[in-house]
Design a protein around this ligand. Structure first.
Ligand SMILES: CC(C)(COP(=O)(O)OP(=O)(O)OC[C@H]1O[C@@H](n2cnc3c(N)ncnc32)[C@H](O)[C@@H]1OP(=O)(O)O)[C@@H](O)C(=O)NCCC(=O)NCCS
Length: 431
């Protein structure tokens, strides 16, 4: 059974625009094996990935959630006409916002255009279609993680949660953090299939920027998806607290240095901890693995406490990058979905070339942090681009940064008192 997100008819404006160029924009039936294979091969090629085996294609099709909306652009004159020349896959997911709650958001993924058809407006037609589709589904926000950070600003998206890669020179460090009270256990990926996802789900609302997910987005973290070449090297550990309750897990891979067996590298693929005790237990274990001199961790939060738990701060190098991009589509629904740090009334003028968020809006925040939002003719206290609104939305980007960058004019201090979240936004996966 499919859902409204998969069934809603294709966007007519973009369909007509592409039809004028001889291209067919249409929904792809993910339940039809041949249709799906054509779409999946095009998407895989679009990201320059290896051609998937029949087993991988079949597994991905089997695990396709009924809410997945697959879209393709077809060119009957193309060399392989059964494969689309452009793809997207979108679905509704819960995006955590400040206030320990979530907003329904349109996850946009799999955006590819074949090399033979690039730079003639196909991605624009697809993106605009997906934003209108999200609006038609009453989803107030769209979101994506990006291959290149140069593409999506023009559609009103902005980085809202940053992330870090971390490199630790383990020979330099001695653990000075708390002593964990529980135990790290070696487990199989299969053992984490349910326990691990339950922990992910338990911590999801504590961090703005996290999204709800399952299926392939989860199993691939454990190396449990068919055809994963890295699977045999993955190690999985679980942290159980003093009562024996699972409170965290990590997935990592060790790469040998053939010229020095004491100089291996350990790459942390995933580390999720529901308690500070589990966090300390898992990190300490990883930093003390024998024969390893360097530990790297990809996609970590910008407020990672690790450096404060070891005796050499400079043994940890970090590099920061944009990760989750957010686009507000429905201002009242998006802004009332979160809470705010200070009470008061703020009139916000928003400039949105695509129209979705444009207007002047009164944000009234009560003493509990809950807000109401109404359209108003009152003079604006602050004015900003829809991109700036997306950057502010999860509470991680300071308004003063946006004022300096030119996307926002007004009282940055007041905006920060209202919009900044007590915890930095963070998304722990790619999608
Ligand atoms: C990125 C990609 C989807 C763009 O497709 P496209 O059909 O060539 O894009 P369009 O012709 O619709 O371009 C739309 C706009 O984006 C700009 N643009 C497109 N790709 C861009 C890029 N990689 N960097 C910067 N700008 C880009 C265009 O210049 C155009 O700008 P304008 O409309 O403001 O003048 C395509 O190049 C691709 O498939 N790349 C590889 C896979 C990938 O990285 N996908 C993105 C996943 S997040």
């Amino acid at each position: 059974m499919s859902t409204p997100s998969a069934d809603l008819p294709i966007d007519e404006t973009s369909r007509a625009r592409l039809a004028a160029d001889g291209l067919r924009l249409r929904i792809v039936d993910g339940t039809d094996a041949a249709e799906y294979e054509g779409w999946f091969l095009a998407e895989t090629r679009g990201f320059h990935n290896a051609r998937p085996s029949a087993e991988v294609i079949a597994e991905r099709q089997r695990n396709l959630g009924p809410d997945r909306r697959l879209v393709g652009v077809y060119d009957d004159t193309a060399g392989i006409p059964e494969q689309p020349v452009a793809t997207t896959i979108c679905w509704p997911a819960d995006l955590t916002v400040p206030g320990l709650r979530a907003v329904p958001a349109w996850a946009v993924s799999g955006v590819t255009v074949a090399q033979t058809h690039r730079r003639r407006g196909i991605a624009r037609a697809l993106l605009e279609a997906e934003l209108r589709t999200a609006r038609a589904l009453d989803l107030p926000v769209a979101m994506l993680t990006v291959s290149e950070s140069t593409i999506y600003s023009r559609f009103g998206f902005s980085p809202a949660a940053l992330a870090r890669d971390v490199t630790v020179s383990t020979r330099r460090v001695r653990w000075t953090g708390p002593t964990a009270q529980g135990q790290v256990r070696l487990v199989t990926p299969e053992q984490l299939r349910e326990d691990g996802l339950a922990i992910v789900e338990r911590v999801r609302l504590a961090r703005p920027g996290q999204i709800s997910y399952s299926g392939h987005l989860w199993t691939r973290q454990l190396g449990l998806s068919a055809g994963d070449p890295s699977a045999p090297k993955l190690q999985t550990i679980r942290y159980d607290d003093a009562d024996g309750t699972p409170q965290g897990f990590a997935v990592y891979e060790i790469t040998e240095d053939p010229s020095d067996f004491a100089d291996h590298r350990l790459a942390v693929k995933t580390l999720v901890a529901a308690t500070t005790d589990a966090y300390a237990g898992l990190w300490r274990y990883l930093l003390e693995v024998d024969l390893v001199s360097t530990v790297t961790a990809h996609l970590r939060p910008v407020d990672e406490p690790l450096r404060w738990m070891i005796d050499d701060f400079r043994a940890v190098r970090v590099s920061e990058f944009d990760h989750l991009w957010v686009r507000v589509l429905d201002v009242p629904a998006a802004l009332t979905a979160r809470t705010y740090g200070a009470a008061g009334r703020l009139v916000i003028a928003i400039n949105d070339p695509l129209g979705f968020a444009a207007g002047t809006w009164a944000l009234d925040v009560g003493d509990t942090g809950e807000a109401t939002v109404t359209a108003t003719d009152d003079p604006a206290d602050v004015s900003m681009s829809v991109n700036a609104l997306g950057a502010l939305y999860l509470g991680g980007v300071p308004a003063s940064t946006l004022v300096a960058a030119g996307g926002l004019a007004g009282d940055a201090e007041r905006l920060d008192r209202m919009f900044r979240a007590p915890v930095e936004p963070y998304l722990s996966i790619w999608f």
